[in-house]
Ligand binder design. Structure first.
Ligand SMILES: *[C@@H]1O[C@H](CO)[C@@H](O)[C@H](O)[C@H]1NC(C)=O
Ligand SMILES: *[C@@H]1O[C@H](CO)[C@@H](O)[C@H](O)[C@H]1NC(C)=O
Ligand SMILES: *[C@@H]1O[C@H](CO)[C@@H](O)[C@H](O)[C@H]1NC(C)=O
Ligand SMILES: *[C@@H]1O[C@H](CO)[C@@H](O)[C@H](O)[C@H]1NC(C)=O
Ligand SMILES: *[C@@H]1O[C@H](CO)[C@@H](O)[C@H](O)[C@H]1NC(C)=O
Ligand SMILES: *[C@@H]1O[C@H](CO)[C@@H](O)[C@H](O)[C@H]1NC(C)=O
Ligand SMILES: *[C@@H]1O[C@H](CO)[C@@H](O)[C@H](O)[C@H]1NC(C)=O
Length: 922
């Protein structure tokens, strides 16, 4: 093993102020081993002290952790500088077999001034800091890598910028923020300092930066292309991931940040929510109207409206009396539907009023405090509030206790899933927020609730007879809920010398003060970006404590690296307009493919502002191909439940029908992501990594790895330009007719407002349910239909994972591989979960002539054939209890010339005509 000096020349790029003026470091005491090296790094000259003071002594630790992962850690020698706590971000372990000699990556460095490079074993440089002195100060760190010209860079979330990142004059700020409207060019709710660089044929790699301080990534091409990290603290903690395929990069990211949590099958159903349901009767009315409209509603949600004056862990006794909420939940459960509500972290500061969530939090000492020991107070929905300190040793006990009583199945709201919000943490009150009470009063927090309904009862057939508003508004008593790497001292924790471009202004503005000290001594300045993920973790544990045998689904707003191991994420407060409809695709792709957080989605039909009928019709269809599918709306906006317009109702019915028929296919993809990080949504370049036309595509994507979704994206439009790579596809909306892609853009015309273009990629076998259903519980009782979509080589494969969809620990699962070799369909796998349903049909696409029959064992089945769509199908009854195969006879070369959209007609070279001898077996 040999570490050569790359001795790269400085590229002459414009250096930042700090880089020009700082001396960099010199490496000494270099100790090499089979698995890496260590060295001391000493400040190479006079301190520059540009944004604080330079640290004199650092250490470098390089570890080859697996064949495709290299860890580079540059920390202060004393390890006094804050580092992300390992109980929150454990990080990956080295494989025992890992060593420099069997790694696909190479680490090289120059001693003085110290710089390092990471290259592939074939010599291709991926990351190279030479020419740019490392800056490591107490409140500012800087490292810059040069990159090839016009690189294809992705990630660095959370943001709403173009999917493929700008490479010129581009700043990406990472500092979690309550970011209404999710404006482009700003920092949003989550912190995922991960980038993926795709270089086409020569491969894809990833870089994970484990750092929870405020970060500004700058990407620029002035005199040489570079990417540079500026961070307000922490250490240089990098994982370099070799890929080389995009999917492998996603898998390697998942190894670093953690595999995503399993979700309940029902979580993939359709959800309805809004902010501004005036009372429980209106919520019940929505459930009723969905049922009347014949639109499958899986989960009904309630925003903060249900709370008494927006206090968490309370209900509004007039509008959402507990007894009535419980009745609604019982009704939903009896109809196989589910209920979810929102919980915020901030607890109303209303001392001496018998408010249990506050009193027990004070008693258990779990709230954040100021330096003089008093409770830190900000302003959120309920007015003045205090904030849980998730680092407090009692925080979990407190939170679980609140959940156990308020969400008790016996006496409380028996929610099925959970929604957590405002956990950046959001604080309405501007820093320094010296008068929370005054601010709350001036700004009307909590806002006045809507007048209590006093009208005559609403008749809701099917609901309990007394499900009507009370005649008087008798106040019910409110629910009683008895229920060392610590960071350098001497830093300016409010106004650090280097200012990142936080869209909220100074670091502490609109959030918790960054100079607060947590229970364990860590400061908010260092841990701000962890707040939402720590709430997520605590909330997940609290949900699991309520139903210990069951998986849960927690939807959070704020996230950090690894949040997917606990929770799912909705993409925040978007706006009801076309740009937000479009950007939602890039956002969810980034979370699924790059951040190892598969269950995401934007508010369907848009949150803020007023939607339009046509936008909502399109969005109900696009949302059907989000992992998390929820219509949600803001207080004061026009109603947008799918049944409000017949055109939208019909688009919803049709889209849900398709989603549900594909639900097991997608559930399988999500399962596979939980096993090894293979993304369940795929950007087009993931599937066609050598086709440079796909690298910038962010309006089409693969749902799973086989179903290409190409929504109409223009206002009022009924046509869409879509890119079809050189491959065979099958048009879902046109009876599975084959379409030959030729690596060009084609225009689809007359796409009506109830249709979303969907193409199945050749080479796939899709397990579908034969019919949709009103709930996912009913869906699971439907038989399967297997769609075989042969690829250009005539073969196809796919998989199906089935479990009970509910249990945390599965007693039995089935995991089945399907394959098609051109004439034989076969399935192999494990069949331990008893589905109680069979495969009722096999549909074979792209058949230029009719197979005369199909045979399995000694049974012969006639084949129906549609020569227009070239689809052959056979009705069968194959139980999902064991391996099986079926042979199709006279299977012509399937691949089309007649149907080609593009120019190059492809004829399968060698298609054997298989003469079926079925008759002999009859
Ligand atoms: C840096 O390390 C050297 C050698 O170990 C030591 O003499 C010096 O005091 C250290 N400087 C600081 C600022 O810790
Ligand atoms: C990119 O470089 C130009 C020219 O040096 C500079 O003006 C600009 O501020 C840089 N942008 C970023 C985001 O660093
Ligand atoms: C770089 O971007 C900033 C804002 O993001 C803009 O003000 C500035 O003019 C841009 N500079 C160049 C050189 O494009
Ligand atoms: C990215 O580049 C595009 C096109 O040059 C520009 O319109 C957009 O404002 C840039 N976005 C950011 C966040 O810099
Ligand atoms: C805080 O945000 C408010 C509202 O955007 C702004 O007016 C104010 O200047 C900001 N204050 C600081 C200190 O950044
Ligand atoms: C949305 O429509 C409502 C009702 O017509 C109106 O009061 C409100 O101002 C509209 N909101 C916006 C942002 O246009
Ligand atoms: C879309 O149609 C609506 C209703 O006809 C119209 O008001 C709007 O201007 C149209 N938008 C565009 C971009 O054509």
């Amino acid at each position: 093993m040999f570490f050569e000096c790359l001795c790269l020349l400085s590229l002459g790029a414009t250096l930042s102020f700090a880089q020009q003026n700082c001396p960099g470091y010199t490496a000494s005491n270099i100790q090499q081993s089979a698995t890496g090296l260590t060295a001391d790094l000493t400040l190479a000259g006079e301190a520059c002290n540009v944004y604080g003071f330079d640290l004199t002594n650092l250490t470098l630790t390089v570890e080859y952790q697996s064949g495709n992962r290299l860890h580079v850690l540059i920390q202060d020698q004393n390890q006094s500088v804050y580092q992300v706590p390992t109980d929150i971000f454990p990080g990956p372990e080295s494989l025992p077999s890992a060593s420099a000699s069997n790694s696909n990556l190479r680490f090289a460095f120059t001693q003085s001034p110290f710089s390092f490079a990471v290259a592939r074993s074939n010599g291709e440089t991926l990351f190279n800091t030479s020419g740019n002195p490392l800056v490591f100060e107490n409140q500012y760190l800087n490292v810059r890598t040069s990159l090839p010209d016009s690189p294809n860079l992705y990630g660095l979330g959370e943001h709403s910028d173009p999917f493929r990142l700008n490479t010129t004059n581009y700043t990406r700020t990472i500092w979690n923020r309550d970011s209404y409207g999710i404006p482009a060019g700003t920092n949003l709710y989550g912190a995922h300092p991960i980038y993926v660089e795709h270089r086409g044929g020569s491969g894809t790699h990833g870089v994970v930066f484990v750092n929870s301080n405020g970060i500004e990534v700058k990407i620029n091409d002035t005199q040489g292309q570079y990417l540079e990290y500026n961070t307000l603290g922490g250490v240089f903690d990098f994982y370099f991931l070799a890929g080389p395929s995009p999917v492998e990069v996603s898998q390697q990211i998942a190894e670093v940040v953690g595999l995503p949590a399993n979700i309940p099958y029902g979580g993939l159903g359709f959800h309805q929510c809004r902010y501004g349901y005036r009372d429980i009767y209106e919520v019940a009315g929505v459930v009723y109207n969905y049922s009347q409209a014949g639109i499958a509603l899986e989960t009904m949600w309630t925003d903060i409206d249900y709370m008494f004056r927006r206090y968490v862990m309370t209900v509004d006794p007039d509008r959402f009396p507990m007894a009535k909420v419980r009745e609604l939940v019982n009704y939903l459960h009896a109809h196989q539907q589910k209920y979810t509500v929102m919980v915020d972290p901030a607890v109303a500061y209303q001392p001496n009023t018998g408010y249990g969530a506050l009193d027990s939090g004070i008693q258990q000492d779990i709230f954040l405090k100021t330096s003089n020991g008093s409770l830190y107070t900000g302003v959120v929905w309920p007015g003045p509030t205090v904030f849980p300190d998730w680092f407090s040793p009692n925080a979990q006990t407190y939170w679980t206790g609140q959940f156990d009583s308020f969400f008790s199945s016996e006496t409380g709201i028996d929610i099925d899933y959970l929604w957590i919000d405002m956990n950046e943490a959001a604080n309405f009150c501007n820093w320094p927020c010296s008068d929370p009470q005054g601010y709350a009063e001036e700004n009307n927090f909590p806002p006045d609730p809507p007048p209590v309904r006093n009208s005559s009862p609403i008749a809701l057939p099917g609901f309990p007879a007394d499900f009507q508003p009370p005649s008087s508004s008798a106040r019910v008593k409110r629910q009683d809920n008895a229920g060392l790497r610590m960071g350098l001292s001497g830093r300016d924790l409010i106004n650090p010398p280097y200012q990142i471009r936080n869209a909220a202004g100074s670091l502490s503005n609109k959030t918790i003060n960054t100079d607060l000290v947590h229970y364990n001594g860590l400061v908010e300045y260092d841990t701000h970006n962890l707040y939402g993920t720590m709430m997520s973790n605590h909330s997940r544990n609290a949900m699991l404590s309520r139903r210990p045998q069951e998986r849960t689904l927690v939807i959070t707003r704020s996230t950090f690296l690894g949040a997917g191991t606990y929770v799912a994420h909705w993409l925040g407060d978007n706006i009801s307009d076309w740009p937000h409809y479009r950007i939602s695709i890039a956002q969810m792709l980034a979370f699924s493919a790059f951040f190892s957080l598969p269950i995401t989605g934007s508010d369907v039909c848009g949150f803020g502002g007023n939607t339009t009928e046509l936008l909502c019709a399109r969005w109900m269809m696009l949302g059907a191909f989000y992992p998390f599918y929820r219509n949600h709306n803001e207080l004061g906006s026009v109603s947008q439940e799918a049944y409000r317009w017949e055109s939208v109702a019909e688009s919803a019915r049709r889209a849900i029908d398709i989603r549900y028929r594909m639900l097991d296919y997608f559930y399988t993809a999500v399962y596979e992501q939980t096993v090894d990080g293979t993304p369940s949504l795929n950007p087009m370049f993931y599937v066609y990594p050598n086709d440079s036309n796909t690298f910038g595509i962010d309006l089409q994507y693969f749902w799973g790895s086989s179903v290409l979704i190409s929504p109409v994206t223009e206002e009022n439009g009924t046509s869409v330009d879509i890119y079809l790579p050189q491959d065979i596809f099958y048009d879902w909306n046109n009876g599975f007719t084959p379409v030959q892609g030729s690596g060009t853009t084609v225009t689809l015309y007359n796409v009506d407002f109830q249709t979303i273009p969907i193409h199945i990629k050749g080479g796939s076998v899709l397990p579908l349910r034969a019919r949709s259903a009103n709930t996912t519980t009913e869906l699971r009782k439907q038989p399967f239909q297997i769609v075989i979509a042969p690829g250009t080589d005539g073969t196809a494969s796919g998989s199906l994972y089935i479990d009970d969809g509910i249990s945390l620990e599965q007693a039995a699962i089935s995991y089945i591989s399907f394959s098609w070799d051109g004439s034989n369909f076969s399935m192999n796998g494990t069949y331990d979960y008893s589905t109680g349903v069979n495969i009722s049909q096999i549909i074979l696409l792209g058949q230029r002539s009719a197979p005369s029959g199909a045979i399995t064992g000694d049974q012969y089945f006639p084949v129906a054939y549609n020569s227009t769509s070239q689809v052959a199908s056979v009705n069968v009854s194959i139980p999902l209890t064991g391996d099986s195969s079926m042979r199709f006879g006279q299977v012509a070369s399937y691949i089309g010339n007649a149907f080609a959209l593009g120019t190059n007609l492809y004829l399968a070279a060698t298609a054997l005509l298989l003469i079926l001898v079925a008759a002999q077996n009859l």
